[in-house]
Design a protein around this ligand. Structure first.
Ligand code: 0L1
Ligand code: MG
Length: 257
C-alpha cells in the first residue's frame, strides 16, 4: 500500500474541506500503525509549508465515544498553530460539518516523555491548565469512520481555542469541574472533567506513553487537549455557543460564514 498516496488524498480533503469515503472501505488492510504513519506524513507536509506543531490532542477519551467507535483505548492527533483560534469568531470556511466540544488543556513547561510516565510526572511538567474548546470535523462522509480511518484523519481535529485565563495545575480538582454547553441560549450538554478517563490527567499520562512508543514526546510550550468533557454538538451558521466552565469562566463562540 502506498501510504504517501493515501496521505496525499487525506490532505486534499482536509485542505479542500470535502467529504471522502472511508479509507478502510478501499484499503481494508490498513492498520492502526499505518494510520498513524499517514497522520505523521501529513504533519511533515504541514511543517514543510511553514505550520508549527502546537501540541497534541487526545480523542475517544469518554466511554461513550469509545463504544460508538468500538474501541477500548483513546487515540491521539496533532494540533497546528494555523488552526488555533485567537477569539470566538469561528468561520465555517474550510469546515465540512463541524462540532464543538469542551475540553481542559494542559500547557507544558518541561518535556514529558517515556513509557513509564505517571500522573506525578505530568503535574511536575505542567505550567498551567486552561479551559478550552475543540472544533472537530471529520473528513468522512456523515462523520462515519472506523478507528483506523479517524486516526489517519488526525483524530478529526479542526480548530482549537484556549481561554484567556490560565490556572495553576493545583487550582482545583479537575475531575470535578462542571461544564455546561449552551447553544443559542439552550443548555445542550453538561458534564464534568471526570468524563475524561476518570480524570483529565490520565489522558496526558496515556498520551505520553503512546508517544513514547513512536519516539515522540510532549515538548515544553506544547498544549495538550485532554478530550471532550461532553458529547460534541453540531455547529450552524449564526449559532452562538457558550461553554461555561464552573467557576473558571466561559468561552463564547459565534459561528459565521
Ligand atoms: O476529540 C475527539 O474525541 C474526537 C476524536 C475522533 C472521534 C470523533 O470525531 O468524534
Ligand atoms: Mg476532542
Amino acid at each position: 500500500m502506498d501510504l504517501r498516496a493515501i496521505a496525499e488524498e487525506v490532505w486534499r480533503h482536509q485542505v479542500d474541506a470535502t467529504e471522502m469515503q472511508k479509507l478502510t472501505e478501499r484499503y481494508p488492510g490498513l492498520t492502526v500503525a499505518d494510520a498513524y504513519e499517514i497522520q505523521r506524513l501529513n504533519t511533515d507536509r504541514a511543517l514543510s509549508q511553514g505550520d508549527v506543531l502546537a501540541g497534541w490532542k487526545m480523542g475517544l477519551t469518554s466511554r461513550a465515544k469509545q463504544v460508538s467507535v468500538g474501541v477500548e483505548e483513546p487515540i491521539y492527533g496533532r494540533l497546528f498553530r494555523s488552526q488555533e483560534l485567537t477569539d470566538g469568531e469561528l468561520s465555517l470556511a474550510g469546515l465540512i460539518h463541524p462540532r464543538v466540544e469542551p475540553e481542559l488543556a494542559f500547557v507544558f513547561k518541561h518535556r514529558l516523555a517515556g513509557p513509564q510516565v505517571t500522573a506525578r510526572d505530568v503535574w511536575l511538567a505542567t505550567e498551567c491548565v486552561m479551559p478550552a474548546v475543540e472544533i472537530i470535523d471529520s473528513r468522512y462522509r456523515d462523520f462515519s469512520f472506523t478507528l483506523v480511518d479517524v486516526i489517519a484523519d488526525n483524530a478529526s481535529f479542526a480548530r482549537f481555542w484556549l481561554a484567556d485565563q490560565a490556572y495553576s495545575p493545583y487550582h482545583c480538582a479537575w475531575d470535578e469541574v462542571g461544564v455546561a454547553v449552551r447553544q443559542n441560549g439552550e443548555v445542550k450538554q453538561t458534564g464534568a472533567g471526570a468524563a475524561v478517563l476518570g480524570h483529565p490527567v490520565r489522558a496526558v499520562v496515556q498520551l505520553a506513553r503512546m508517544l513514547a512508543q513512536v519516539g515522540q514526546a510532549v515538548e515544553p510550550g506544547m498544549v495538550v487537549l485532554t478530550g471532550g468533557i461532553t458529547e460534541a454538538i453540531h455547529l450552524h451558521r449564526g449559532d452562538e455557543v457558550v461553554v461555561d466552565f464552573d467557576g473558571l469562566g466561559e468561552l463564547r463562540l459565534n459561528i459565521r460564514d
